[in-house]
Design a protein around this ligand. Structure first.
Ligand code: ADP
Ligand code: MG
Length: 611
């Protein structure tokens, strides 16, 4: 019989499996049992709508048998089985579950520990077996088929005999090597402990013969129905991995056993890292939804608000109907109650993390802070009250992220506002001339580096009765240093000079004026009105931007020697004043990280000053 070759990606993955140095080879069993359980689920679901099919619980099980002499381990299930076509399509091609598809082979090679966390499923059996044989008979079919492969060189499929519907997978366990004792996968006690570890909650009995007696190994009690005290952190981590909620180790789990107005159980996780597609529109939030222990939906989006869309996990409620449709579910009162309850629990969990486990919270915030800020901003600020205490921003004083509460609680008496400055990076903001006055005054400034930050603060408007104030705002609410009084003549001269400069830059800035905030720098750009320079950059970068512009003000430091040069030019040489105005304006643009319209003209201007 001719051997068929695996599809290219499958072959590569197989190679990896066969040569894997991955230490937790034991997970192959978890994968095979999970497939068997899925296959029984499929019959169960069919029976719900198909009257000719009766699901009698006693007839559905998974069975393990080990033959030490022949080195054979067999996993049998009474599930839905596979047709010849299914065998071809499902076992000849990988990445059906999609979890593998997005991880590149290279990445896998670098870090073998990743393998165990992937949905590599069926193929993981090649980590422990030289030959894998699958005999299967599909529901509603008369003919059974045998699929066999000894690894990368391909597989065969041929008709065979099998009485009952279901699948039987036989692994020819590898010979021991110096570092690997494959024998252990033929030892009942060892197999039992692997099942206990990963598959205890499987809903169907996993039977195994030991000392001539058949017993059911798994408790069949799902983890969420167990008492919290009986469970270890490892149990929750294993459940997270087994369910493929993520490939990271979760930062935190919540086990909810609610018996109030809404009765439900839930296990929720706060992941450490965002999935690769988290901040794209491809990402789908949602929790698994069970009704009385039976999965009815993979991703029930209505259970989570968008701003907590990163939460993973499952909910089991006894009050939901099995056959409920998606549309009906959306309007389900019970579900709404659960969602509300869950949202509250997640919030208090995050708050207690912030309070008691700052380091973990900062890790979380690194990954999902952006999501929380979007949450404040979206829906017209409807959720800002819920989220404001979870926000953090980089502090000029602490040199690390701080909460708004921490900021406000150490504000000096005379400080009126919560100050912030935005820019591309902490480093750049620190050097912005316009932050000088506020920092010199000893006030703490929040440095905003993410595009969403300023928008979120605009929606918040204030925190504990303190308004937010940008350091580039016209009125900083800081008393100017007394002493410097000018004669009317001086004022008049300045006004004329600034008016001249303003006319010259008329299409570019709204005003030119003497700066109250500059100390050592000659010039800076500030804004009037709602749109800041950072917001202008973001809005301009958006597709179909409406060409929203900030109302810019060019501020000149009248105590800087450059101001004297401007005055001299104003008196003697208007052409020179035009040149200087131009140069100062462009310098201000550069400092703000704004593009210069005509860099060639700008460099020519500099040359004019040099010669
Ligand atoms: P996944 O379970 O993520 O889809 P696997 O590699 O574990 O990926 O399995 C591939 C596919 O093979 C399954 O989706 C299923 O269609 C089929 N399959 C595997 N094992 C069985 C089984 N015991 N009974 C029926 N179908 C199975
Ligand atoms: Mg699988």
């Amino acid at each position: 019989m001719a051997k068929k070759a695996f599809k290219a990606e499958s072959k590569r993955l197989l190679d990896l499996m066969i040569h894997s140095i991955y230490t937790q080879k034991e997970i192959f069993l978890r994968e095979l049992i999970s497939n068997a359980s899925d296959a029984i689920d499929k019959i169960y679901y069919k029976a719900l709508t198909d009257d000719s099919l009766v699901f009698d619980k006693d007839n559905y099980y998974i069975k393990l048998a080990a033959d030490k002499e022949k080195r054979l381990l067999t996993i049998t299930d009474t599930g839905i089985g596979m047709t010849q076509e299914d065998l071809e399509n499902n076992l000849g091609v990988i990445a059906r579950s999609g979890s593998f598809a997005f991880k590149q082979e290279n990445e896998l090679k670098e870090d073998h520990s990743i393998i165990g966390q992937f949905g590599v499923g069926f193929y993981s059996s090649f980590m422990v077996a030289d030959v894998v044989t699958v005999v299967s008979k599909a529901l509603g079919s008369d003919q059974a088929y045998k699929w066999e492969s000894s690894g990368a060189d391909g597989y065969t499929i041929e008709p065979c005999d099998k009485e009952t519907v279901g699948t039987e997978i036989t692994l020819k366990i590898k010979e021991n090597t110096e570092d690997e004792h494959y024998d252990e996968y033929l030892e009942p006690y060892r197999l039992k402990s692997i099942i206990k570890k990963y598959s205890d909650f499987i809903r169907y009995p996993i039977k195994m013969a030991q000392d001539g007696e058949e017993q059911t190994v798994n408790s069949m009690v799902p983890i969420w129905r167990k008492n919290k005290n009986e469970l270890t952190a490892e149990d929750y981590e294993n459940f997270y991995a087994e369910k493929r909620y993520g490939f990271d180790k979760p930062l935190k789990h919540l086990h909810i056993q609610a018996d109030g107005a809404s009765v439900y159980r839930a296990i929720l996780y706060i992941p450490e890292k965002p999935p690769f597609d988290y901040y794209t529109k491809e990402y789908e939030k949602g929790l698994e939804l069970y009704s009385n222990g039976v999965l009815i939906m993979n991703k029930c989006a209505d259970l989570l608000p968008d701003y907590f869309g990163f939460v993973k996990g499952m909910v089991d409620s006894e009050d939901l109907s099995l056959n409920i449709s998606r549309e009906m579910l959306q309007h389900d009162r019970q579900l709404k109650l659960i969602a509300k309850n869950i949202t509250g629990k997640i919030k208090s969990q995050l708050q207690s993390m912030l309070k008691d486990e700052r380091e973990a919270y900062e890790k979380f915030y690194q990954s999902f802070g952006r999501q929380l800020k979007f949450g404040v901003y979206s829906d017209f600020g409807m959720n800002k009250e819920t989220l404001q205490d979870l926000l953090m921003f980089y502090s000029s004083k602490e040199k690390k992220p701080v909460t708004l509460d921490e900021y406000v609680s150490r504000m000096p008496e005379d400080q009126k506002y919560i100050y912030y400055a935005s820019g591309e990076s902490i480093d750049r903001i620190e050097k912005l001339p316009k932050t000088e006055l506020v920092l010199d005054k000893g006030y703490e400034v929040l440095f905003l580096t993410e595009d969403i930050d300023e928008f979120a603060l605009k929606v918040l408007m204030s925190y504990k009765d303190k308004s937010f104030k940008s350091v580039s705002d016209g009125d900083l609410g800081i008393e100017a240093d007394a002493g410097e009084s000018k004669t009317e003549q001086e004022e008049g001269g300045r006004k004329e000079l600034f008016d001249y400069m303003k006319t010259y830059l008329s299409d570019k800035v709204k005003d030119v004026r003497a700066s109250k905030r500059l100390k050592s720098h000659p010039v800076c750009l500030t804004t009037e009105g709602e749109v800041s320079i950072e917001m202008e950059k973001i809005l301009q970068a958006m597709p179909n931007s409406q060409d929203v512009k900030a109302d810019k003000v060019l501020e000149i430091n009248v105590n800087h020697p450059v101001f004297q040069s401007l005055q001299d030019a104003h008196e003697k040489d208007k052409e020179k004043l035009a040149l200087y105005t131009n140069l100062l304006y462009h310098q201000a643009l550069l400092i703000e990280g704004l593009p210069i319209q005509d860099p060639v003209a700008f460099t020519n201007d500099i040359c004019k000053v040099m010669v």
